[in-house]
Design a protein around this ligand. Structure first.
Ligand code: TK8
Length: 334
């Protein structure tokens, strides 16, 4: 009884709150690349629920998964042009729009999720999001895509050298392209939406993504070998169309921001729990899993060093130093 009363009171409070606020009825098309049944899909749903609650049902978020509204790059264009309201996608595909995002492409930048959270929720990462506004986009929050690992259909990859000659799909991003080419692979940039078919038809041999994605996109059906390399921590970023954002009231913007922050906590928890389970499921599905030994990971780091130096040049030393200073702070805090 007491619970029901509290629930009714809370609902009434929200309703009056929403009524007193400047909120219009709006449909928000929110596109994303993974399947509905994925960490990305669940987080979009969570975001939609928060927005619904905070706006008293006036703001309706419609999720479109599996790249139904286009690839990451195509959706960015639609947001910039005002043809679509929101999306979530990899920061790696944004470097053509705001070059500073390249800092998150640096292999082995973060050693664990705690470091990633601290830096991605910190001031340097915020500054990079703020750069989007001049380009027609608003960056709300970073979500976790996760540490990336290699899969392929050719042979077991345990050494850096085993990458030689592997036709490896990479995101449309120069750091990924240069790093894997430097390791001897034949890196092929391709939108995520084309990846499954390319693996299935054998047009390419392999790809790299977190366990959660390898599972939710069913790559295990067309890939035999999984190598735990954790070569880069990949963030997703929740984006809003700036031309559309400019039409919103302050109250509406606040709701989207608040819901985005709530979705970030939900998404990271879900992804981390899902990642452990995903690895087990991938093994159970018959993938042959190996872990790249530390000395081979060290070789990859060495291969990546000149490419990292190029990133520092691209983004400028002040930003690089800020990120490094924030990293040192988390490392000392433990
Ligand atoms: C989904 C992509 C995906 C990314 C990739 O649209 O392209 O490999 O890891 O999550 O953004």
């Amino acid at each position: 009884m007491k619970h029901i009363l509290i629930a009714a009171l809370t609902a009434a409070l929200f309703a009056t709150n929403a009524a007193a606020q400047d909120i219009q009825s709006r449909i928000i098309r929110f596109g994303y690349g993974l399947n509905e049944d994925s960490n990305q899909g669940r987080a979009v749903k969570h975001f939609a629920e928060q927005v619904d609650k905070l706006s008293g049902g006036k703001l309706k978020v419609r999720g479109f998964g599996a790249a139904a509204l286009g690839s990451d790059v195509q959706m960015q264009g639609a947001l910039i042009g005002g043809a679509q309201e929101m999306m979530v996608g990899s920061t790696a595909t944004l470097v053509g729009t705001v070059k500073e995002f390249a800092v998150w492409d640096v292999p082995f930048l973060f050693a664990n999720e705690k470091e990633a959270d601290a830096v991605l929720d910190g001031p340097a990462a915020r500054k990079i999001l703020d750069r989007l506004e001049d380009q027609g986009l608003v960056g709300l929050v970073y979500w976790e895509n996760g540490f990336r690992n290699l899969t392929n259909s050719r042979h077991k990859i345990e050494k850096a050298d085993d990458l030689k000659g592997i036709k490896l799909r990479v995101m449309q991003n120069p750091v990924y392209l240069d790093t894997f080419n430097a390791a001897g692979a034949n890196a092929i940039p391709m939108p995520f939406s084309e990846l499954f078919t390319a693996l299935e038809t054998g047009a390419i041999d392999g790809q790299e993504n977190p366990f959660t994605t390898i599972l939710s996109s069913k790559f295990f059906e067309v890939q035999k070998y999984l190598t735990i390399s954790n070569h880069v921590y990949s963030p997703w970023v929740v984006l809003v169309s700036k031309p559309w954002w400019d039409k919103l009231s302050d109250d509406e913007r606040k709701i989207l921001q608040e819901a985005a922050v709530a979705s970030r906590t939900f998404e990271r928890d879900d992804t981390r729990a899902g990642s452990v389970k995903a690895l087990e499921e991938l093994k159970a599905a018959g993938m042959e899993v190996s872990t790249m030994p530390a000395e081979e990971v060290a070789k990859l780091r060495e291969i990546a060093a000149p490419i990292t130096a190029k990133v520092v040049e691209t983004i400028g030393e002040p930003l690089w130093n800020d990120v490094q200073a924030e990293l040192s702070k988390v490392r000392e805090a433990k």
